[in-house]
Design a protein around this ligand. Structure first.
Ligand code: MN
Length: 216
């Protein structure tokens, strides 16, 4: 079964003014669409991988045949990253987090404000294209990391609790080169309910043996 582009869970103008309609349309339909198309094209050469979820493909890149490894890394990663990204945002989102993810943020970073500052700083400093994440470690702790390109924390044995896309395609039409302004505004559309569900999946240890991010 081929990988499929999941529909946006809201209208393409629903996150205005934080994310403008044109950026959202291009980002979902064209960029994410291309990752799915290119992932499927790469996998055509290796029918044995047809049953694997995108998460499983990028979890162990060394198991991917060398001739398609880079394509799977970039496009499989792009597919997993963006499938998460649409769901961890929502209209009228934002505010302070609640639930267990708020507890771990307070415990690890002192306060939500301090966490946001560190997360935004890491995202601003990611050189070139990439992502900034709150990632879960095998011992249950969490940390802020950045990844280049479409690399996902799963490839490093970490759990992607949530991340923000700092590729220029995510913000340039509205924010131009002002990435820090985009990073600061993005919190207004964050969906803490969805992030708490992902955090619960991480705490339940689902990352290791089932595609907690399954979308198909
Ligand atoms: Mn993107």
């Amino acid at each position: 079964m081929a990988h499929e582009l999941p529909p946006l869970p809201y209208a393409c103008d629903a996150l205005e003014p934080t994310i403008d309609k044109q950026t959202m349309t291009l980002h979902h339909d064209m960029h994410h669409g291309a990752y799915v198309k290119n992932l499927n094209a790469a996998l055509e050469k290796h029918s044995g991988l047809a049953g694997k979820s995108a998460e499983d493909l990028i979890r162990d890149l060394n198991a991917i045949p060398e001739d398609i490894r880079a394509a799977v890394r970039n496009n499989g990663g792009g597919h997993v990253n963006h499938t998460m990204f649409w769901k961890i945002m929502k209209p009228k989102g934002g505010g302070d987090p609640g639930g267990p993810v708020a507890d771990v943020i307070h415990k690890t970073f002192g306060s939500f404000k301090d966490f946001q500052a560190k997360f935004n700083d890491a995202g601003a400093k990611q050189f070139g294209s990439g992502w900034v994440w709150l990632a879960g470690k095998a011992n249950g702790e969490v940390q802020i990391i950045t990844t280049p390109n479409q690399d996902n924390p799963l490839t490093q044995g970490l759990y992607p609790i949530f991340g923000n896309d700092v590729w220029e395609h995510a913000y340039y039409l509205k924010y131009n080169n002002r990435r820090p302004e985009y990073l600061a505004a993005w919190w207004n559309v964050v969906n803490w309910d969805e992030i708490n569900q992902r955090f619960a999946a991480f705490k339940a240890g689902k990352a290791a043996h089932e595609p907690a991010l399954a979308h198909r």
